[in-house]
Design a protein around this ligand. Structure first.
Ligand code: FMN
Length: 356
């Protein structure tokens, strides 16, 4: 029995294997509303055999979007579209997950293939927000430092997005607290230099994330799992380290309402020195798992079936999340199963693929 292809049980949810489609922005929505592109993209990945398919960063308000092409979940049309996404993923045999997000000071950017730079207000951009008025790049328009009332609104928006995700039929919600977006900006001492109750020591810098999780859990049924994606290291002097992340994970474990920490890294500051290589973030997933007792997801440059299986076999993580490998090949799980002598439960329409 291949560990990679063994089912995983999270609360009342069972996924057919340990392979998850990592959230990947498609920058193809209009006013936060998805279309056929998103359906074919995620439908193909679910039909390809992944156990969990996570919808890209889906933003809690218009100003929370990274780009004008990002998905949103703040109105009824978007909720109806999200239900189509959850439906095609479920129908194809995978568990539908959705990442809910606020881009903070990294919002209002052009799509990557249009350069990715911050958009001016006259070219379709919008005012951004952050823990302080310091921009990501020195030459960018400064964000507005959020005041208490605006922070409460952000928290409420996360709760509303979680309620919409539930109504749409998702079975896992992931709170995006990584990659230099708003929740990560509050967590890190490099970007959160506030001296009020939202800043200060690690515990206070974590207050916004804890409050967001409270708001999400208030709307998200107890029988459904909640994931949190973190940047386990800022890869920068004075920034978050894996020890800080293990401490945060212990805090989350003690609450009992988070089921899995999805361990990514970086994204907070432009001059981070990231030591990449195959599976370079796996040690973060392992440290968080061992240090907190929470389940973890390993992500980043995992593209070889033996490598993925070894991560599960050695209990470094409970799940592997793949992004670019699945972008290139939605049938990666089927190929991995063949390479490992395992079986993946494909939808009946695709059963003959086992024989090719
Ligand atoms: C096109 C693209 C879009 C991405 N969008 C998101 C996103 O919406 N949310 C997120 O947390 N990470 C996002 N990521 C990061 C991936 O989820 C993943 O963590 C990263 O690509 C490393 O995994 P990989 O080496 O398997 O590609 C994106 C990556 C790519 C390539």
């Amino acid at each position: 029995m291949s560990s990679l292809f063994s089912p995983i049980v999270l609360r009342s949810v069972t996924a057919r294997n340990r392979i998850a489609v990592s959230p990947m922005c498609q920058y193809s929505a209009v006013d936060g509303l998805g279309n056929d592109w998103h359906i074919q993209n995620l439908g193909a990945k679910a039909a390809g055999g992944a156990g969990i398919v996570c919808v890209e960063a889906t933003h809690v308000s218009p100003d929370a979007r990274i780009t004008p092409g990002c998905l949103g979940l703040w109105n009824d049309a978007q909720t109806a579209f999200a239900a189509r996404l959850a439906g095609i993923i479920t129908q194809s045999g995978a568990v539908p997950a959705i990442q809910i997000a606020h881009a903070g000071r990294k919002a209002s950017c052009a799509r990557p293939w249009e350069g990715g730079a911050q958009l001016g207000l006259a070219e379709g951009g919008w005012p951004t927000v952050g823990p302080t008025a310091v921009p990501f790049q020195p030459d960018e328009r400064a964000p507005a430092a959020l005041d208490d009332a605006a922070i409460e609104t952000v928290i409420a928006r996360f709760g509303e997005a979680a309620a919409r995700a539930r109504r749409a039929g998702f079975q896992i919600v992931e709170v995006h607290a990584a990659h230099g977006y708003l929740l990560h900006e509050f967590l890190s001492p490099l970007t959160n230099t506030r001296d009020d109750s939202w800043g200060g020591d690690a515990e206070r810098r974590g207050t916004l994330l804890m409050r967001v999780i409270d708001a999400v859990r208030a709307e998200w049924p107890a029988e459904l799992p909640l994931f949190v994606r973190v940047s386990a290291s800022d890869w920068a002097e004075g920034g978050l380290t894996i020890d800080d992340t293990v401490a945060l994970a212990r805090r989350l474990a003690a609450r009992g309402d988070v089921d899995l920490i999805d361990c990514s890294s970086g994204g907070l500051v432009p001059d981070a020195k990231i030591a990449t290589g195959p599976g370079y973030q796996v040690p973060f997933a392992e440290a968080v798992r061992r240090g907190s007792g929470l389940a973890t997801g390993a992500v980043g440059m995992i593209d070889d079936p033996q490598q993925a299986q070894a991560i599960i076999d050695s209990s470094q993580a409970d799940l592997v999340l793949l992004a670019r490998a699945l972008l290139a090949d939605p049938a990666w799980p089927l190929r991995a199963a063949k390479a490992l002598g395992a079986k993946v439960n494909l939808p009946p329409q695709y059963l003959r693929a086992h024989l090719s």
